[in-house]
Design a protein around this ligand. Structure first.
Ligand code: PGA
Length: 253
Protein backbone atom coordinates (compact mmCIF):
# COMPACT_ATOMS: atom_id res chain seq x y z
CA UNK A 1 0.00 0.00 0.00
CA UNK A 2 1.40 3.36 -1.03
CA UNK A 3 0.73 6.21 1.38
CA UNK A 4 -1.25 8.99 -0.29
CA UNK A 5 0.58 12.28 -0.77
CA UNK A 6 -1.20 15.60 -1.21
CA UNK A 7 0.99 18.55 -2.17
CA UNK A 8 -0.07 22.17 -2.42
CA UNK A 9 1.70 24.24 -5.07
CA UNK A 10 1.14 27.87 -4.16
CA UNK A 11 2.86 29.07 -7.34
CA UNK A 12 3.49 32.86 -7.16
CA UNK A 13 0.84 33.59 -4.53
CA UNK A 14 0.56 34.83 -0.94
CA UNK A 15 3.01 36.90 1.09
CA UNK A 16 5.36 35.19 3.53
CA UNK A 17 3.41 36.12 6.68
CA UNK A 18 0.14 34.89 5.13
CA UNK A 19 1.83 31.64 4.22
CA UNK A 20 3.11 31.12 7.75
CA UNK A 21 -0.33 31.91 9.18
CA UNK A 22 -1.93 29.44 6.78
CA UNK A 23 0.35 26.70 8.06
CA UNK A 24 -0.06 27.70 11.72
CA UNK A 25 -3.84 27.47 11.29
CA UNK A 26 -3.49 23.80 10.44
CA UNK A 27 -2.06 23.13 13.85
CA UNK A 28 -5.51 23.43 15.39
CA UNK A 29 -6.58 20.39 13.36
CA UNK A 30 -5.72 16.85 14.23
CA UNK A 31 -2.55 15.85 12.43
CA UNK A 32 -3.35 13.53 9.54
CA UNK A 33 0.29 12.81 8.90
CA UNK A 34 0.13 9.12 9.72
CA UNK A 35 -2.42 8.45 6.98
CA UNK A 36 -1.41 10.97 4.32
CA UNK A 37 1.80 12.82 3.53
CA UNK A 38 1.15 16.55 3.43
CA UNK A 39 3.44 18.90 1.52
CA UNK A 40 3.17 22.64 1.03
CA UNK A 41 5.29 24.37 -1.62
CA UNK A 42 5.44 28.15 -1.14
CA UNK A 43 7.53 30.64 -3.14
CA UNK A 44 11.22 30.80 -2.15
CA UNK A 45 11.09 33.92 0.06
CA UNK A 46 8.41 32.35 2.28
CA UNK A 47 10.37 29.19 2.99
CA UNK A 48 12.10 30.13 6.28
CA UNK A 49 8.86 31.38 7.90
CA UNK A 50 6.77 28.52 6.57
CA UNK A 51 9.29 25.87 7.62
CA UNK A 52 9.31 27.39 11.09
CA UNK A 53 5.49 27.43 11.20
CA UNK A 54 5.40 23.72 10.28
CA UNK A 55 8.04 22.68 12.80
CA UNK A 56 7.05 19.55 14.82
CA UNK A 57 3.86 19.27 12.80
CA UNK A 58 3.44 16.49 10.23
CA UNK A 59 3.61 18.75 7.22
CA UNK A 60 6.65 18.88 4.94
CA UNK A 61 7.71 21.92 3.02
CA UNK A 62 8.81 21.87 -0.59
CA UNK A 63 10.26 24.34 -3.07
CA UNK A 64 8.75 24.90 -6.51
CA UNK A 65 12.03 24.70 -8.39
CA UNK A 66 15.81 24.81 -7.92
CA UNK A 67 19.08 24.94 -9.83
CA UNK A 68 21.16 21.79 -10.04
CA UNK A 69 24.48 23.30 -8.96
CA UNK A 70 25.38 23.89 -5.31
CA UNK A 71 26.70 27.42 -5.89
CA UNK A 72 28.13 29.64 -8.58
CA UNK A 73 27.48 32.50 -10.96
CA UNK A 74 23.79 31.82 -11.66
CA UNK A 75 22.07 35.14 -10.96
CA UNK A 76 18.57 34.72 -9.62
CA UNK A 77 18.85 30.99 -8.98
CA UNK A 78 18.53 28.96 -5.75
CA UNK A 79 20.64 25.87 -5.10
CA UNK A 80 19.74 22.50 -3.60
CA UNK A 81 22.22 23.16 -0.82
CA UNK A 82 20.42 26.38 0.09
CA UNK A 83 17.07 24.60 0.21
CA UNK A 84 18.45 21.78 2.31
CA UNK A 85 19.95 24.35 4.67
CA UNK A 86 16.40 25.67 5.24
CA UNK A 87 15.16 22.12 6.00
CA UNK A 88 13.19 21.90 2.78
CA UNK A 89 12.28 18.25 2.13
CA UNK A 90 10.62 18.27 -1.29
CA UNK A 91 11.13 20.04 -4.58
CA UNK A 92 8.76 20.27 -7.55
CA UNK A 93 10.73 19.74 -10.76
CA UNK A 94 9.71 20.20 -14.38
CA UNK A 95 6.33 21.78 -13.73
CA UNK A 96 4.73 22.54 -17.09
CA UNK A 97 4.83 26.26 -16.29
CA UNK A 98 8.62 25.97 -15.91
CA UNK A 99 8.87 23.96 -19.11
CA UNK A 100 6.66 26.37 -21.04
CA UNK A 101 7.55 29.84 -19.72
CA UNK A 102 11.18 29.22 -18.78
CA UNK A 103 12.15 26.74 -21.49
CA UNK A 104 13.18 23.99 -19.08
CA UNK A 105 14.29 20.99 -21.08
CA UNK A 106 14.11 17.30 -20.24
CA UNK A 107 17.89 17.33 -19.92
CA UNK A 108 17.83 20.15 -17.39
CA UNK A 109 15.10 18.46 -15.37
CA UNK A 110 17.16 15.27 -15.30
CA UNK A 111 20.10 17.22 -13.83
CA UNK A 112 17.83 18.76 -11.20
CA UNK A 113 16.39 15.36 -10.32
CA UNK A 114 19.86 13.95 -9.70
CA UNK A 115 20.77 17.01 -7.63
CA UNK A 116 17.64 16.55 -5.50
CA UNK A 117 18.62 12.95 -4.75
CA UNK A 118 22.20 13.98 -4.02
CA UNK A 119 20.83 16.31 -1.35
CA UNK A 120 18.29 13.85 0.06
CA UNK A 121 15.34 15.88 -1.10
CA UNK A 122 12.28 14.16 -2.53
CA UNK A 123 11.56 15.34 -6.08
CA UNK A 124 8.03 15.74 -7.35
CA UNK A 125 8.66 15.29 -11.08
CA UNK A 126 5.92 16.75 -13.27
CA UNK A 127 5.00 15.31 -16.64
CA UNK A 128 1.98 15.83 -18.86
CA UNK A 129 0.80 16.41 -22.38
CA UNK A 130 -0.77 19.40 -24.12
CA UNK A 131 -4.33 19.35 -25.45
CA UNK A 132 -3.01 19.09 -28.99
CA UNK A 133 -0.95 16.03 -28.09
CA UNK A 134 -3.95 14.41 -26.45
CA UNK A 135 -6.19 15.09 -29.44
CA UNK A 136 -3.56 13.64 -31.78
CA UNK A 137 -3.16 10.50 -29.66
CA UNK A 138 0.41 11.37 -28.76
CA UNK A 139 -0.14 11.75 -25.02
CA UNK A 140 1.12 8.32 -23.97
CA UNK A 141 4.30 8.45 -26.04
CA UNK A 142 5.01 12.01 -24.99
CA UNK A 143 4.61 11.38 -21.26
CA UNK A 144 6.66 8.20 -21.60
CA UNK A 145 9.49 10.18 -23.18
CA UNK A 146 9.35 12.73 -20.37
CA UNK A 147 9.56 10.01 -17.70
CA UNK A 148 12.44 8.24 -19.43
CA UNK A 149 14.37 11.48 -19.85
CA UNK A 150 13.80 12.58 -16.25
CA UNK A 151 15.00 9.26 -14.79
CA UNK A 152 17.95 8.77 -17.14
CA UNK A 153 20.92 7.64 -15.04
CA UNK A 154 18.94 7.62 -11.78
CA UNK A 155 19.51 4.50 -9.67
CA UNK A 156 16.70 2.19 -8.60
CA UNK A 157 17.29 3.06 -4.93
CA UNK A 158 16.82 6.75 -5.72
CA UNK A 159 13.92 6.28 -8.09
CA UNK A 160 11.95 4.40 -5.44
CA UNK A 161 11.46 7.48 -3.30
CA UNK A 162 10.53 9.83 -6.15
CA UNK A 163 7.06 11.23 -6.61
CA UNK A 164 5.77 11.68 -10.15
CA UNK A 165 2.95 14.13 -10.84
CA UNK A 166 0.92 13.53 -13.97
CA UNK A 167 -0.47 16.93 -14.90
CA UNK A 168 -2.11 17.24 -18.30
CA UNK A 169 -1.35 20.84 -19.30
CA UNK A 170 -4.89 21.46 -20.53
CA UNK A 171 -6.28 20.69 -17.05
CA UNK A 172 -4.03 23.06 -15.06
CA UNK A 173 -5.84 26.08 -13.72
CA UNK A 174 -8.59 25.67 -16.29
CA UNK A 175 -11.26 24.04 -14.17
CA UNK A 176 -11.16 21.08 -16.59
CA UNK A 177 -10.11 17.85 -14.94
CA UNK A 178 -9.10 14.70 -16.75
CA UNK A 179 -11.71 12.03 -16.15
CA UNK A 180 -10.65 9.76 -13.32
CA UNK A 181 -10.36 6.87 -15.79
CA UNK A 182 -8.14 8.83 -18.19
CA UNK A 183 -6.00 10.08 -15.32
CA UNK A 184 -5.66 6.58 -13.92
CA UNK A 185 -4.79 5.09 -17.31
CA UNK A 186 -1.94 7.55 -17.72
CA UNK A 187 -0.71 7.00 -14.15
CA UNK A 188 -0.75 3.22 -14.82
CA UNK A 189 1.20 3.84 -18.02
CA UNK A 190 3.80 5.85 -16.08
CA UNK A 191 4.07 2.98 -13.60
CA UNK A 192 4.66 0.56 -16.47
CA UNK A 193 7.36 2.79 -17.90
CA UNK A 194 9.08 2.76 -14.50
CA UNK A 195 8.75 -1.03 -14.42
CA UNK A 196 10.49 -1.26 -17.79
CA UNK A 197 13.20 1.16 -16.69
CA UNK A 198 13.77 -0.56 -13.34
CA UNK A 199 11.64 -3.38 -11.96
CA UNK A 200 8.40 -3.99 -10.15
CA UNK A 201 9.80 -3.11 -6.73
CA UNK A 202 10.47 0.41 -8.04
CA UNK A 203 7.28 0.83 -10.04
CA UNK A 204 5.17 -0.32 -7.09
CA UNK A 205 6.98 1.99 -4.68
CA UNK A 206 6.87 5.25 -6.65
CA UNK A 207 3.92 7.43 -5.78
CA UNK A 208 2.13 8.99 -8.72
CA UNK A 209 -0.04 12.04 -8.21
CA UNK A 210 -2.62 13.51 -10.51
CA UNK A 211 -2.68 17.29 -10.90
CA UNK A 212 -4.92 19.67 -12.82
CA UNK A 213 -7.93 21.39 -11.28
CA UNK A 214 -8.11 18.99 -8.33
CA UNK A 215 -10.70 20.21 -5.84
CA UNK A 216 -12.80 18.82 -2.97
CA UNK A 217 -15.56 17.87 -5.43
CA UNK A 218 -13.38 15.55 -7.53
CA UNK A 219 -10.60 14.28 -5.29
CA UNK A 220 -12.40 11.24 -3.85
CA UNK A 221 -13.06 9.80 -7.28
CA UNK A 222 -9.46 10.36 -8.35
CA UNK A 223 -7.95 8.84 -5.20
CA UNK A 224 -10.21 5.80 -5.46
CA UNK A 225 -8.34 4.76 -8.61
CA UNK A 226 -5.71 2.02 -8.51
CA UNK A 227 -2.72 4.02 -9.72
CA UNK A 228 -3.41 7.52 -8.39
CA UNK A 229 -1.61 7.96 -5.08
CA UNK A 230 -2.30 11.60 -4.40
CA UNK A 231 -2.65 15.03 -5.90
CA UNK A 232 -0.54 18.05 -6.78
CA UNK A 233 -2.88 20.97 -6.24
CA UNK A 234 -2.61 24.60 -7.28
CA UNK A 235 -5.70 26.77 -6.86
CA UNK A 236 -7.49 24.62 -4.27
CA UNK A 237 -4.40 24.55 -2.03
CA UNK A 238 -4.51 28.31 -1.43
CA UNK A 239 -7.62 28.32 0.78
CA UNK A 240 -7.50 26.62 4.12
CA UNK A 241 -10.95 25.02 3.91
CA UNK A 242 -10.48 23.48 0.50
CA UNK A 243 -6.96 22.28 1.26
CA UNK A 244 -8.16 20.73 4.49
CA UNK A 245 -10.87 18.84 2.62
CA UNK A 246 -8.26 17.53 0.19
CA UNK A 247 -6.10 16.35 3.08
CA UNK A 248 -9.07 14.64 4.70
CA UNK A 249 -9.80 12.90 1.41
CA UNK A 250 -6.17 11.78 1.29
CA UNK A 251 -6.32 10.47 4.86
CA UNK A 252 -9.49 8.51 4.05
CA UNK A 253 -8.33 7.14 0.71
P1 PGA B 1 -4.39 23.68 -10.44
O1 PGA B 1 -2.78 23.58 -10.60
O2 PGA B 1 -4.77 22.74 -9.32
O3 PGA B 1 -4.66 25.11 -10.12
O4 PGA B 1 -4.97 23.25 -11.74
C1 PGA B 1 -2.12 22.36 -10.51
C2 PGA B 1 -0.64 22.54 -10.71
O5 PGA B 1 -0.25 23.33 -11.58
O6 PGA B 1 0.17 21.89 -10.03
Amino acid sequence: MRKPIIAGNWKMNKLAADGARFVLDFRSHLPMGDKVDVVVCPPYPHLPLVVEAARDYPMDIGAQNMHFEDSGAFTGEVSPEMLKDLLVEYVILGHSERREHFQESDELINKKLKAAFDHQMTPIVCVGESLEQRVQNQAYDFVESQVKAAFDGVSAEQAKVAVVAYEPIWAIGTGKTASSDDANDMCAHIRNVLKDLYDESVSEAVRIQYGGSVKPANIDELLAKSDIDGALVGGASLEKDSFLKLLEAGANA
